[in-house]
Design a protein around this ligand. Structure first.
Ligand code: FUB
Ligand code: ZN
Length: 674
């Protein structure tokens, strides 16, 4: 049962100083590499990269606003194209006054500001803050007096705002703007962008909603739902909650709004709009379908609304959709979205490795969804998946030096196929500097720099540790702030220290997750009779003495994993995991033709600490064989059966997220069993 008493919330970022070796390094990459690079990209100053036009569009919208002010009714709207998903300059490269880039280019600014905000809460930086303030000024100058703020329509034709909610991403850009504005306010105390976001929210609320006279629409690309809930949690203004709930509940009702807005009629019994998760009301949905990022963003918003309104029926729908993803549609890496067609979920158990889409943003969205489910219900089924996605499908999106990125995260790569097989053109054999559609890198930046929000939540009863990430926490115990220090050697070693710095004189709970990958663990510093286990968490409720320390030791052993027999692609194959880390084979260690390798699962796996590009990690070795390609027989494509010649080989496995940091080459997560 959903119960407000049991809800826990992430600690404000300012209340957690991340000290963790692993995550601090990732955060430093975001701060030193991604944020500065993205600012250059937003301003079209990266040589050789396709321009973003993001800040240019805001400036252009600001100019138009000024011209209108000066000319009043004399102002003549230029005729610019509408309904174009991406607008690029012609061969002359001369820009005219229209909007350029993808329709959702405004969101790049917002994701950047959000990452900046999170980074500032860990590392105050006056210069960066000033750049951000100036960018915010440019954005706010573009906003209409009535609150509307989307440069695509502000520039191209304001008469058409909210006429194509399905495709043109106004509500998506709005959602990102809100997330950015709240983050920037929480980090700096400055509310200029927050006021702008609120004004836009109220403009939307005036024009879209259940009431007579409003458009009965909802977002074509979800995110506004969870963003409005973030705004509601900050402001307590029920109008934001109402709008979020409306967006959730209106989706999928018939007649479909997306038909209505384009004057189409849906045939009796027809189901459309799976891509947008709008094929039927969300409470009737049982299966995760359609565009994967859209899906998990919607489910995150649903979980927020369900939790805040104690809506059991809606939460049950969230649970069904969660189960559909994690039991039938998720790669072992926490990647989701098995097909590039529509960047979408495929049918249950269809998880091809070499044509996988597994967009970085989709794994990030899965982390959002998991955290929101956890806020409602402390249950390790959510934090286990959150951890899995973070250390694998999310982190694989960024190179170890923070300078290049994957949009698509396949589980098997043969570089030649990426170049020559059109079915695999979406799979890049090497990380890219940036993308025309640059959704993933800034999404990574905002997630990594706010990692503590996923690691810890709290409520009146106590603190919940979901991920073992080292940090100095200022938690609220009773009415007082108390300091708790966490030290962890994750993801390479399962040793964790939790130290309470000051006396806590009334009963206070510290709950810690017992990872599902761990069969053996020990707890010291406390009598085990004082630990209660529930839903994958250990609970210790007591009064605490200053400097009291609990040590957890989760044994991390290399483990051989098999997939459900219904996953056709993985039958006869195994994958290697150690703790939260999924491993893969790379050509750099194992030579080419990885498909010829077979592992002997009866032989023990060995592991040792190594270093790659300054990053410490654990390498795993297994024993097996590699089929020999017999030269004399190479010319014939088929031959009468004979047993193949094989040679003994030691197989090297490296963490999946680290793959492709040693140049282009084959990679495979799954290896055939002997
Ligand atoms: O549509 C906006 C973003 O672009 C989506 O979330 C990504 O999947 C990419 O298509
Ligand atoms: Zn993306």
């Amino acid at each position: 049962m959903l119960n407000k008493q049991c809800i826990s919330k992430p600690l404000l970022l300012k209340k957690v100083k991340i000290t963790d070796n692993f995550w601090k390094k990732e955060m430093e990459l975001v701060r030193k590499e991604v944020i500065p690079y993205q600012w250059e990209a937003l301003n079209d100053r990266v040589e050789g990269a396709a321009p973003s036009f993001c800040m240019r569009n805001y400036k252009r919208a600001g100019e138009i606003k000024e011209q209108k002010k000066v000319l009043g009714s004399e102002y003549k709207q230029e005729e610019y194209p509408l309904d174009t998903f991406e607008t690029l300059p012609d061969e002359s490269h001369q820009l005219d006054g229209c909007f350029y880039g993808f329709v959702f280019q405004d969101s790049d600014f917002s994701k950047w500001i959000e990452a900046v905000a999170y980074s500032l809460s860990q590392y105050p930086d006056k210069q960066l803050e000033q750049i951000a303030d100036e960018a915010i000024d440019i954005v706010c100058k573009a906003q209409r007096e009535d609150g509307y703020l989307d440069t695509y329509y502000l520039i191209n034709n304001e008469d058409y705002i909210f006429t194509n909610l399905r495709d043109l991403h106004e509500l998506y850009c709005f959602g990102h703007l809100v997330e950015a504005a709240v983050a920037y306010y929480e980090a700096t105390g400055k509310d200029k962008l927050l006021q702008a976001a609120k004004k836009f929210a109220l403009f939307i609320e005036k024009h879209i909603g259940i009431e007579e006279g409003k458009k009965h629409g909802y977002p074509g690309h979800e995110i506004a739902e969870m963003a409005l809930m973030t705004l509601y949690q900050l402001e307590g203004d029920k109008r934001f909650l109402k709008l979020a709930k409306y967006f959730v509940d209106e989706r999928g009702k018939k007649p479909y709004y997306f038909d209505v807005e384009r004057g189409e009629i849906c045939k009796e019994g027809e189901e459309k709009y799976h891509y947008h998760q709008a094929h039927r009301p969300v409470r009737e949905q049982n299966e995760a379908v359609g565009h994967a990022v859209r899906g998990v963003y919607l489910y995150s918003g649903m979980a927020d609304v369900a939790r805040e309104t104690e809506d059991e029926e809606l939460f049950l729908a969230c649970e069904r959709l969660w189960n559909s993803i994690v039991n039938e549609k998720m790669y072992i890496t926490g990647g989701i979205g098995a097909t590039h067609l529509g960047e979408a979920f495929s049918f249950p158990y269809d998880l091809p490795n070499d044509t996988a889409y597994a967009e970085t943003c989709a794994s990030i969205g899965l982390v959002f969804f998991a955290r929101r489910m956890l806020e409602a219900k402390i249950d390790s089924q959510y934090s286990d998946v959150m951890e899995l996605a973070l250390y694998n499908g999310v982190l694989s999106g960024m190179a170890l030096d923070g300078k290049s990125f994957f949009y698509v995260n396949p589980l098997e790569v043969v570089p030649e196929a990426c170049y020559k097989d059109e079915r695999k053109h979406h799979v890049k054999p090497i990380r890219q500097k940036w993308f025309g559609c640059a959704c993933c890198p800034p999404n990574l930046a905002r997630l990594i720099s706010s990692i503590s929000r996923y690691a810890f939540t709290e409520n009146e009863q106590g603190l919940y540790i979901h991920l073992y990430i080292g940090g100095e926490l200022t938690a609220v115990a009773g009415k007082e702030e108390k300091h708790i220090s966490i030290q962890s050697k994750f993801p390479w070693d399962g040793l964790v220290d939790i130290e309470v710095k000051e006396d806590i004189t009334s009963p206070y709970t510290i709950a810690f997750r017992i990872p599902s990958w761990c069969n053996t663990y020990s707890i010291s510093g406390i009598d085990s009779s004082q630990v209660t286990i529930k839903d994958g968490y250990g609970y210790i409720t007591k009064e605490w003495k200053a400097r009291e320390c609990i040590t957890l030791d989760f044994k991390m052993e290399p483990t051989i994993i098999i997939a459900n027999e219904k996953v056709r692609e993985d039958i006869g194959k195994v994958a290697i995991k150690r703790g939260p880390i999924v491993y893969c084979m790379e050509q750099a260690d194992n030579g080419n033709n990885l498909h010829l390798i077979q592992i002997d699962t009866t032989k023990p796996l060995q592991w040792k600490e190594k270093e790659l590009l300054g990053e410490k990690f654990v390498e795993i070795k297994g024993e097996g064989v590699k089929t020999i390609i017999e030269d004399a027989k190479q010319s014939s494509l088929y031959r009468t059966y004979e047993s193949r010649k094989k040679e003994a080989t030691t197989i090297t496995f490296v963490p999946y997220y680290m793959w492709n940091n040693r140049g282009e080459g084959e990679m495979s997560v799954w290896v055939r069993e002997l």
